[in-house]
Design a protein around this ligand. Structure first.
Ligand SMILES: *Cc1c(COP(=O)(O)O)cnc(C)c1O
Length: 339
């Protein structure tokens, strides 16, 4: 099993690996540690809660090989806690943080040959929690499965970071007050595929969703959080329950404040954002994607002639620097995976 892996051909797509992790429990039972098994298809009841009613959550996180030749996760405790909050919302038994961390560590350890070298990508780790037991009526499933698989991914931007063109969605919203937009519920994502495809067919990279109540404020960019900067101040939509609390978002807020940059978590109207000096979106997959333009019906606002802005670049370099240990981990965000 020593076939060569062509690291430079990796993109953000699925490469099957060797080993996955599965734990199961009943509705009111405590979780116990699960088992490692070969990566592959699994059995599930046709009547599983997740298949019939979307009782499921996912997480997305990365493990890196750093410049100090350590293997680290970036803030995995935050992923564990976010999945617990989602489990509460979807009436599933929350996975204890210790079992979550142990599972993701084991998956990285068992698939170490798939971990890209420093700076050439990362191990993307995908924990899932689902209602796996059979249920016919609309109600919580009688049993639950916690699953972790991993896949190596390349750097999101090949040949350097490039700015993206975005379209404000006029017809569709991602989340409504009181709904599930604030957790990583699997059911939140399929409804975004049609708007996203439509925007892509018109030459845009992704859609921007406005709030469902007033249709004036920016909420998210596809499945990434939004930031803009004006006159040296950084703005990002406040967490009102309809926005997914991104760990990258939180990290960038802390980093910016640490740099003495003022950050406002507030309502960010499309109008304000379109008059900003720079804009970007962020998430685990790409870290930061600079925004080159935003279009709202027939009005197009452009930022910095296609080049990432100064603040955008600074924050990107600092966050990536912490992740690959070329910058000090001043916030204690790295979690070493014992090898
Ligand atoms: C996962 C996700 C994000 C980004 O969260 P990170 O923790 O930074 O990866 C943002 N918005 C949505 C809708 C998401 O699902």
């Amino acid at each position: 099993m020593s076939e060569e892996i062509d690291w430079d051909s990796l993109t953000f797509s699925l490469t099957p690996t060797d080993t996955m992790y599965i734990a199961e429990t009943g509705m009111d039972e405590a979780w116990t540690p699960g088992d490692l098994m070969p990566y592959g298809d699994m059995k599930i009841s046709p009547a599983a809660g997740v298949l019939n009613y979307g009782q499921g959550l996912f997480e997305g996180m990365k493990a890196f090989r750093t410049s100090k030749d350590r293997v680290v996760f970036f803030r995995p405790d935050e992923n564990a806690r976010r999945m617990q909050r989602g489990a509460d919302r979807l009436k599933m038994p929350p996975v204890p943080e210790s079992i979550f961390i142990d599972a993701v560590e084991q998956c990285v350890q068992q698939n170490l040959r798939w971990l890209p070298p420093c700076g050439r990508g990362a191990m993307y780790v995908r924990p899932l929690l689902m209602g796996s037991g059979p249920i016919l009526g609309v109600a919580p499933a009688p049993s639950y499965r916690f699953l972790v698989y991993v896949t190596p991914v390349g750097p999101y931007f090949k040949g350097g970071v490039s700015a993206i063109d975005l379209l404000i969605s006029e017809e569709h919203h991602r989340a409504a007050p009181g709904g599930s937009g604030g957790v990583k519920a699997i059911g939140n994502y399929a409804p975004g595929m049609m708007p996203s495809k439509n925007a892509k067919s018109k030459g845009y990279a992704e859609v921007i969703y406005l709030d469902a109540e007033t249709h004036t404020c920016i909420e998210e960019v596809g499945a990434a959080n939004f930031f803009c900067a004006k006159d040296g101040v950084l703005y990002t939509p406040e967490l009102t329950g309809t926005i997914l609390p991104g760990i990258t978002r939180d990290s960038l807020i802390q980093l910016a404040r640490h740099n003495g940059i003022e950050v406002k978590e507030t309502r960010v109207t499309a109008e304000f954002a379109m008059g900003a000096d720079e804009a970007f979106c962020c998430g685990t997959a790409a870290v930061i994607s600079p925004i080159g333009s935003i279009t709202k019906s027939d009005v197009k606002a452009s930022y910095g002639d296609g080049k990432p802005g100064e603040l955008t670049t600074k924050l990107y370099n600092q966050l990536v620097g912490i992740q690959n240990e070329t910058e000090d981990d001043v916030f204690g965000w790295l979690h070493e995976v014992p090898l």
